[in-house]
Write a protein that binds this ligand. Structure first.
Ligand SMILES: [Zn+2]
Length: 340
């Protein structure tokens, strides 16, 4: 979400926290940090209690800590750091049964001066008819690289923006890759060059449109690393009033999971993240889930956007609350999500 937030932050002030995780987990085996894989039986009992326990603070902590580490140098599009992030994401796809949609997981951008890649995975639907309909679940994995130095630190680690959304999408991919049962087909897209003007999502939306993809909806995740404060809902969706996505999600969640943030409308966030190119190309519900409300995080595009201030419990809970909703949306007999 570019530019508009700078304006907003200039006009509004505040900030939040979390814990460090042993990083060995992340490099050795990205697909199965110890103790995080729940058996089907455990999942069933958890469902009865209403909250899935597939993801954990340890698991999301391991993933986001690596993505937002100094080693990746702020993941600017075209940099060595983002190349390491791409390899890491491919490893998680490969180790969790997420297939390639194109020849490889790499979708090379055609609208950026340096070599840059979206990382795209695919899980075919199980229903003979519904599998011809697609849901895209996405997030941008790039960030800006460097920012205004503070005490000698110039790396913009981009933990909240958007290693958090990337981590959530990778957890969704791990779930559907392992447990499947998705009647419609799913494309998982990690976009590059969002910070350069939504270039990765613009490229992919155009390409898939040219290939006549039968897209049902695009669900994007952006800046979900810290919880909303003082709201009666867990996360908001951009373009709330455009469609019935929030109502459908809350019906499936059996709680007010998704709400309306007036500031998001005021700053037109609907047009400021990777959902928008899919909206313009396909005209189908394409919206972004977010928990950044201009008051709960004041390190936007600053070197202070570090993993140490991310809330791992919140991020794991977001994943565990969202998976059942995604599953019900993906498996619904009809296309119930519509623009108004
Ligand atoms: Zn962002």
């Amino acid at each position: 979400m570019k530019n508009i937030i700078c304006l907003a932050i200039l006009s509004i002030v505040i900030g939040c926290g979390g814990s460090k995780v042993d990083q060995t987990v992340r490099l050795t085996n990205p697909s199965s940090a110890s103790g995080t894989i729940a058996s089907e039986a455990a999942l069933k009992t958890a469902r009865k209690k209403g909250v899935l326990n597939f993801s954990t603070d340890e698991r999301v902590g391991g993933v986001i800590t690596y993505l937002a580490s100094d080693e990746l140098n702020g993941r600017e599009a075209g940099s060595e750091g983002i190349e390491m992030a791409a390899k890491y994401i491919e490893g998680i796809f490969r180790n969790n049964g997420v297939k390639t949609y194109f020849e490889s997981y790499r979708d090379t951008l055609t609208n950026f001066e340096k070599p840059a890649y979206n990382v795209v995975g695919y899980i075919e639907g199980t229903d003979k008819n519904l599998k011809n309909e697609f849901i895209i679940i996405g997030a941008h994995y790039d960030h800006i690289g460097a920012a205004e130095p503070v005490a000698g630190d110039h790396i913009a680690n981009g933990a909240n923006d958007n290693a958090s959304g990337t981590t959530a999408v990778l957890e969704f991919a791990r779930y559907f890759g392992r447990f499947g049962k998705n009647k419609r087909s799913i494309i998982f897209a990690l976009f590059s060059a969002e910070e350069k003007g939504l270039l990765g999502s613009k490229h992919l939306a155009k390409k898939l449109k040219e290939q006549n993809l039968n897209l049902y909806a695009m669900l994007n995740f952006e800046m979900v690393g810290v919880p909303l404060v003082g709201k009666d809902y867990f996360m908001y969706v951009t373009g709330y009033e455009e469609s019935n996505l929030a109502d459908i999600s809350n019906a499936y969640a059996k709680e007010k999971l998704v709400g309306f943030l007036p500031t998001a409308k005021e700053f037109n966030l609907f047009q400021r993240s990777d959902n928008y190119p899919f909206h313009t190309e396909f005209g189908v519900p394409s919206q972004t889930f977010c928990t950044f409300d201009f008051t709960n995080f004041d390190h936007y595009h600053k070197v202070g956007d570090e993993v140490s201030i991310m809330d791992f419990d919140h991020l794991a809970l977001l994943v565990n609350k969202t998976i059942p909703v995604l599953k019900d949306i993906i498996n619904a007999p009809i296309r119930e999500i519509e623009y108004k």
